[in-house]
Design a protein around this ligand. Structure first.
Ligand SMILES: C[S@@+](CC[C@H](N)C(=O)[O-])C[C@H]1O[C@@H](n2cnc3c(N)ncnc32)[C@H](O)[C@@H]1O
Length: 246
């Protein structure tokens, strides 16, 4: 997490080979992911039976499945930049195929939303927006705002840049301890140096580029959202909620 890759993520990272280990790596590398997803699903409280959703960076559909279980009649646009992710998500979400339109698109392109028609009750994103490039961040939040219905909401979880070098080192230590413990439970001995090298390798390959916590809040405010806030935070991870109108 020490370095930031200002040009944003590399979509080649999400290859067929990587996907084989994706769920294991997410469990290992994203602390409290299931808690994070539970919080996000609980923020979706529509009374209507058929809300319209857009999910950005849907991956293998972990969050999509939760949403479609809660709203089985929802209409759903599933967007991801990786053709391999979409291929796999289509299989995993086949039960909901009549609800979903799949769209391959790169949110770091200025025309990423061209294939999307209409507006949404909710735009959601789990663990993807830290792949935005520096110069796409500001326009992206405006584009999200414009794709929402007036009463629409935006719910996202993403990685955030630690508050200072001191916090960076503290978070890294806590993470190393947690990862070491997970390996120990699997009966695998691993050194702190190996854990750090693994993290650095992953970050530089994926080119993760998280913004600071307050930067995300400013982006939402500048985009026009009437209210926005962080509803949950744990080390490098946060869940944000924004309402288009009050
Ligand atoms: C860490 S995975 C998260 C997947 C899923 N949302 C979850 O929580 O399990 C990040 C996802 O974002 C997608 N992604 C990364 N950069 C992207 C980009 N520039 N445009 C669209 N999708 C992107 C990847 O293909 C991958 O599926």
């Amino acid at each position: 997490m020490a370095r930031r890759y200002t040009k944003g993520g590399d979509l080649n990272y999400w290859s067929a080979e990587y996907i084989k280990t994706f769920e294991f790596m997410q469990k290992l590398g994203v602390p409290q992911k299931s808690e994070m997803l539970k919080i996000m699903i609980n923020l979706l409280t529509f009374r209507k039976a058929k809300p319209r959703f857009l999910e950005i960076g849907g991956g293998l559909g972990a969050f999509s499945r939760m949403i479609l279980k809660k709203y089985p009649e929802a209409s759903f646009v599933f967007l991801d930049g990786s053709p391999e992710m979409i291929l796999n998500a289509k299989k995993r979400l086949s039960k909901f195929k009549s609800n979903i339109t799949f769209l391959q698109s790169d949110i770091n392109s200025t025309d990423w939303f061209n294939g999307i028609k209409g507006s949404f009750d909710a735009i959601v994103s789990s663990w993807c927006l830290h792949y935005l490039s520096d110069n796409r961040r500001r326009p992206f939040f405006k584009e999200i705002y414009q794709l929402l219905k007036p009463s629409g909401i935006f719910v996202c979880s993403c990685s955030i840049q630690p508050e200072s070098k001191k916090f960076l080192s503290l978070y890294n230590d806590l993470e190393t301890y947690r990862i070491k413990e997970s390996f120990m439970k699997m009966g695998v001995e691993i050194t702190e140096g190996q854990i750090k090298a693994m993290g650095d390798k992953g970050h530089s390959k994926a080119r993760i580029n998280p913004a600071y916590f307050d930067e995300y809040l400013k982006l939402m405010k500048r985009a026009g959202f009437a209210s926005s806030g962080c509803v949950w935070k744990y080390l490098f991870n946060a869940v944000f909620l924004a309402h288009r109108v009050k």
